[in-house]
Design a protein around this ligand. Structure first.
Ligand SMILES: NC(=O)c1ccc[n+]([C@@H]2O[C@H](COP(=O)([O-])OP(=O)(O)OC[C@H]3O[C@@H](n4cnc5c(N)ncnc54)[C@H](O)[C@@H]3O)[C@@H](O)[C@H]2O)c1
Length: 333
C-alpha cells in the first residue's frame, strides 16, 4: 500500500484525488490546500481523508510515501524539492517547473535520493496518443514530415501563467513522445490582449531530418478546437480529440515529385487511397497514468514521463518565451 499526500485541491486536484482514491494499492492519506473552502470540498467528498492547510505536515510525515503536487506552476519547485528531500516520490503537475535549472535540480535530487519523479503529461496516457505512437513505431505513417496541433478555446484565463505555459505543455509533451528527436530551434510569436500575459501564441519547432512541428494555443477563440494533423511519407492522420468516436482518422494520402524530361517540368503524382479510423482505448488517461505511477514507485522503474521528460518540455517553453519576446527570433537549442 502506497500512502499519498496531495498538495492542491483547486481545479485539477479533485481529478487527481478522485483517481487515486479509486485505485487499489494506494491510500490518499491527506490533502493539503491553502484555501479553507477547498478543504471543505475535500471533507465533503472524502470524509475519511485528513486535511490541512500546512504543506509541511504532508511533506515531513513519516506515514506518507509519495506526494502529488497539484498547485500553481510557481510553487512546483519548492514543494517537490521539499518532498524529495524528505524521501518522498513525487507526481508533479505540468509544466514540471518554472525554469530548466529548477527541473535539473529536481532530477539530480531524485537520482541522489533514489526516488521516482513523474510529471503529469496526461495526454501520453490517452488512448489516442498511445495509438498514434503505435502507428509511428510500426512505421505505418512512414518518415514523419510534420506535427501541427491546434488547442484553442475561450479561456480559462490564468493570472500567473501565459497560454504558452498553460496549454502548450500538452502539445509539447505529445510532440516529444511521438517525434522522439532532439529539437534544434524554436520560433514563437504571440500577443497579450486582456491583461499582461500572452493569450494567443504560435510556436514552431525545428527537428533534425526536416521534421517541423507547429503548436497554436489561444484563450481567445470563439470555439473549442483540439485537432492535430500529423503528416508522414506513407500516411497522414487527423486526430480530433473532441470526437466521441473515431478520434483518429488515418489517410492513405500523399504526393511524390519527380523531374520530367525537361528540367523545368515537375511531375507530381498524388496518392489518394483509403481512410480508416483505428480503435482508440477509452480509459481515463489520468487513471492509467496514476496506476503507472504506483507501479513505478513499487518496482523502482523510471517513468517515461520522468523529470528528464518534464525538463525537456520546460526547456522548450523557456525558448518559446525568449523567441516571443523578440517577436519570433529563432532560438537555437
Ligand atoms: N494535466 C492536466 O491536464 C492539467 C489540467 C489543469 C491544470 N493542470 C495543472 O495543475 C496545476 C494546478 O492547476 P489548477 O488549474 O488546479 O490551479 P488552481 O489555482 O485551480 O488550484 C491550485 C490550488 O492550489 C492551492 N495552493 C496554492 N499554493 C499552495 C501551497 N503552497 N500549498 C498547498 N496548496 C496550495 C490553491 O489554494 C488552489 O486551491 C497547474 O500546474 C496546472 O498546470 C494540469
Amino acid at each position: 500500500m502506497i500512502n499519498i499526500g496531495v498538495l492542491g485541491y483547486g481545479y485539477w486536484g479533485p481529478n487527481v484525488v478522485r483517481n487515486l482514491h479509486s485505485l487499489d494499492g494506494c491510500h490518499v492519506a491527506a490533502v493539503c490546500d491553502r484555501s479553507a473552502a477547498a478543504l471543505k470540498r475535500v471533507r465533503h467528498a472524502y470524509p475519511d481523508v485528513a486535511v490541512t492547510t500546512e504543506p509541511s505536515e504532508l511533506l515531513t510525515s513519516p506515514k506518507i510515501d509519495a506526494i502529488a503536487v497539484v498547485t500553481p506552476v510557481w510553487t512546483h519547485f519548492e514543494l517537490a524539492k521539499a518532498a524529495l528531500e524528505n524521501g518522498k516520490h513525487v507526481f508533479v503537475e505540468k509544466p514540471f517547473t518554472a525554469t530548466t535549472q529548477q527541473a535539473e535540480e529536481l532530477v539530480d535530487l531524485g537520482i541522489r535520493n533514489n526516488l521516482r519523479i513523474m510529471v503529469d503529461h496526461t495526454f501520453l496516457f490517452s488512448g489516442a496518443v498511445r495509438k498514434i505512437r503505435h502507428l509511428v513505431d510500426e512505421g505505418i505513417l512512414g518518415r514523419l514530415y510534420y506535427y501541427d496541433s491546434t488547442r484553442v478555446n475561450l479561456g480559462l484565463f490564468q493570472h500567473d501563467v501565459s497560454v504558452v505555459w498553460d496549454l502548450a505543455p500538452h502539445d509539447l509533451s505529445i510532440m516529444d513522445f511521438l517525434i522522439q528527436e532532439k529539437p534544434e530551434a524554436v520560433i514563437a510569436t504571440g500577443e497579450s490582449h486582456l491583461n499582461h500575459v500572452v493569450d494567443v501564441a504560435f510556436i514552431t519547432i525545428y527537428f533534425p531530418g526536416n521534421i517541423i512541428a507547429h503548436v497554436n494555443v489561444n484563450w481567445l477563440s470563439p470555439v473549442k478546437v483540439r485537432t492535430t494533423l500529423i503528416g508522414g511519407q506513407k500516411k497522414m492522420l487527423v486526430w480530433n480529440d473532441l470526437e466521441p468516436d473515431e478520434k483518429i482518422k488515418v489517410y492513405d494520402k500523399g504526393a511524390q515529385i519527380s523531374n520530367g524530361d525537361s528540367r523545368y517540368e515537375l511531375l507530381v503524382s498524388y496518392r489518394s487511397g483509403d481512410m480508416w479510423a483505428p480503435r482508440v482505448e477509452q480509459a481515463e488517461a489520468l487513471k492509467v497514468e496514476l496506476t503507472y505511477f504506483l507501479e513505478c514507485v513499487l518496482n523502482g522503474e523510471t517513468p517515461l514521463n520522468d523529470g528528464v521528460a518534464g525538463a525537456r518540455v520546460v526547456k522548450l517553453l523557456e525558448a518559446a518565451d525568449r523567441s516571443l519576446k523578440a517577436r519570433g527570433r529563432a532560438v537555437e537549442l
